[in-house]
Design a protein around this ligand. Structure first.
Ligand code: CA
Ligand code: CA
Length: 171
């Protein structure tokens, strides 16, 4: 008899315990759901604030043994943005030189472009690291995609890519 009573007590206890566990699970699920939503929201914000730029890097062929001082990038932005508002510019992680830098239309397509210059040695080192990380080069040539990114005065970010042909010199 006492055994049965104890059993019943245990059953009641279990029944009392279960809702709490259920509430806890619902709470955890809600928190997880909210977190996922927040991440998705942040992701969407990043996506919408990123402006796609048209980038042309010159020269189109870069020799890893080149003696030039600069690598040039011409940046065009979509119609609603002004290249004069471009603040910082990076090629990979290399910041552009402060001078020379000017706005023109070098390719005569009617869309203003900002010309910026990057230190050639720093760029070549960067390209070399990039090539080496992708796949150790076998031939004398490799086509590498370089990314130019930056920010406008308003804080929005832009990014654009250009392919360059890299001449890898053998020792
Ligand atoms: Ca180019
Ligand atoms: Ca142009």
């Amino acid at each position: 008899m006492t055994h049965k009573v104890r059993l019943r007590e245990m059953e009641t206890y279990e029944r009392k315990k279960t809702p709490w566990l259920l509430y806890l699970m619902i709470l955890v699920a809600l928190v997880l759901f909210a977190t996922v939503l927040r991440i998705a929201q942040i992701g969407a914000q990043i996506e919408t604030s990123m402006i796609t730029a048209t980038v042309d890097i010159k020269p189109d062929t870069i020799s890893l043994g080149m003696k030039g001082r600069w690598i040039t990038a011409y940046i065009e932005l979509p119609e609603s943005y002004d290249v004069n508002d471009i603040n910082t510019v990076l090629l990979g992680f290399i910041p552009s030189e402060l001078y020379p830098r000017h706005v023109g239309d070098y390719d005569d397509d009617g869309i203003p472009d900002l010309m910026v210059k990057f230190d050639a040695n720093a760029t070549i080192n960067y390209i070399w690291t990039k090539i080496y990380h992708m796949n150790p080069p076998e031939g004398r040539f490799d086509d590498v995609e370089l990314t130019v990114s930056g920010e406008l005065d308003a804080g929005m970010s832009f990014e654009g890519n250009d392919m360059v042909r890299v001449i890898i010199l053998e020792d």
